[in-house]
Each structure stands twice: as structure tokens, then as C-alpha cells.
Design a protein around this ligand. Structure first.
Ligand code: GRF
Length: 216
């Protein structure tokens, strides 16, 4: 049984999509994997209530109670390791992590970023996409390395940018695809189709690593 620990900071819609996918395909019943815990740095993260409702252990670690990034990350590592994770899933986790933390989970930590990387790293990606005038935008699931929003890409989605889009409407269109590609990547991982080797990603069996969503 593989253990997945999910880290959130807010609404947790990606976490919800993953939890629902795991339940739908009976991973826990099949002895494949379980969501071992949901951890949030924000005490009021809406996603916590959903996880608790599903009887998933939850933990809160408020970063404001720590004097440095290093001490927060060390405490976070202790909390996460309590659940013996085979995979750490950053799902809307809005903290920059120290190299020490990242190296500890090298090859077993994924993130989702709301842009087609390497475009629009950092925050406010949807506004940046609108200002740049790009015609397609999307999201990327990638392994986490010490460099922000970098690391081997596993899957990307793309959606059209419409002339009347606001950052909000565009974000909502991208988010719908995030809820498809993140569970898909975990599906590959749980079935040993996703291989991370020295910073390179291989998805076995010729799986399609792009989701093109033309629905507006
Ligand atoms: C998502 O767009 C995610 O990619 C970004 O934060 C947004 C909120 O995600 N990092 P969620 O609803 O909390 O999963």
C-alpha cells in the first residue's frame, strides 16, 4: 500500500479531485494506495473540512508560528514523515520550500502550477497570460526541484484564451483541467508507469502527456 500525503493552503479543489479519483477507482480497497494525510499551513483552509469528512487524517502547521523558513520546513518534514509518504503531492500549497526539504523528497514530490511551464512562473499566472496576449494557457504537473516551478514536467494541459476573459474566468477554465491531469499523473504513478530517473521523467506505455481542452 503506497502512502500519498497532500499539502494544501486553500480551497483544495485539486486535493478533492484526487481524493474522489482514488475513491472512484478503489485504490485503498485494492491495496494500491491511500491518501494518508492532508496537511495545511493555513488553519482556515477550506479543504481541511472536506478531508476530515472523508476520514482522512489532517494536520495544520501554521507557518506564522515559526521564526524562519528553515524551522517551518523542518517541522513540516516531521509531520509529513509521520505518514511514511511514498509520494508528496503539493496541491495549491502556497509556500516556497527550502532546498533541504525538496532534496529530502527528491523524485517523490509533485506540484501543479497553473501555467504551461516554462511560461509564467510564480504567482498571478492568469493575469500574466492575459497581459502577454497568449492564445493558449494551461497547467503543468511537475516533479519538484529546488528551483521554483521547475523540475521535470510530467503532464500539461492547454485551454484557449478568449478575448473577453478575465483572470478569474481563465483561472476557472484552467482549474477544470487541473482536476483531470493531476489524478491522471497519480494514476500513472500508482501503476508504476511514471518513472523518475535522475531528474528525467518517463511515462511508460506511450501515455498521452498533453490534455488539449477546447471546451470554453
Ligand atoms: C490552482 O490553480 C493550483 O494550480 C494553484 O493554486 C490554485 C488553487 O488550487 N497552485 P486548489 O483549488 O487549492 O487546489
Amino acid at each position: 500500500m503506497k502512502n500519498i500525503v497532500i499539502l494544501i493552503s486553500g480551497g483544495g479543489s485539486n486535493m478533492r479531485a484526487i481524493v474522489e479519483y482514488v475513491a472512484q477507482f478503489g485504490w485503498q480497497e485494492a491495496g494500491l494506495a491511500r491518501i494518508a494525510a492532508v496537511v495545511s499551513n493555513e488553519p482556515n483552509a477550506a479543504g481541511l473540512a472536506f478531508a476530515a469528512e472523508k476520514n482522512i487524517p489532517t494536520r495544520i502547521l501554521n507557518h506564522r508560528e515559526f521564526t524562519s523558513r528553515e524551522s517551518f520546513d523542518a517541522a513540516l518534514q516531521n509531520v509529513v514523515d509521520e505518514f511514511s509518504p511514498d509520494l508528496v503531492v503539493l496541491a495549491g500549497f502556497m509556500r516556497i520550500l527550502t532546498s533541504k526539504f525538496v532534496v529530502h523528497y527528491e523524485g517523490r514530490m509533485l506540484n501543479i502550477h497553473p501555467s504551461i511551464l516554462p511560461n509564467f512562473k510564480g504567482l498571478h499566472t492568469h493575469q500574466a497570460a492575459l497581459e502577454a496576449g497568449v492564445k493558449v494557457h494551461g497547467a503543468t504537473v511537475h516533479f519538484v526541484t529546488s528551483e521554483l516551478d521547475n523540475g521535470a514536467y510530467v503532464m500539461q494541459s492547454c485551454v484557449p484564451v478568449c478575448s473577453d476573459d478575465t483572470a478569474q474566468t481563465l483561472a476557472a477554465r484552467v482549474l477544470r483541467t487541473e482536476h483531470v491531469i493531476y489524478p491522471q499523473v497519480l494514476d500513472w504513478w500508482v501503476h508504476d508507469q511514471l518513472v523518475w530517473q535522475n531528474g528525467q521523467v518517463v511515462v511508460k506505455n506511450g501515455a498521452q502527456q498533453v490534455l488539449m481542452n477546447y471546451e470554453i
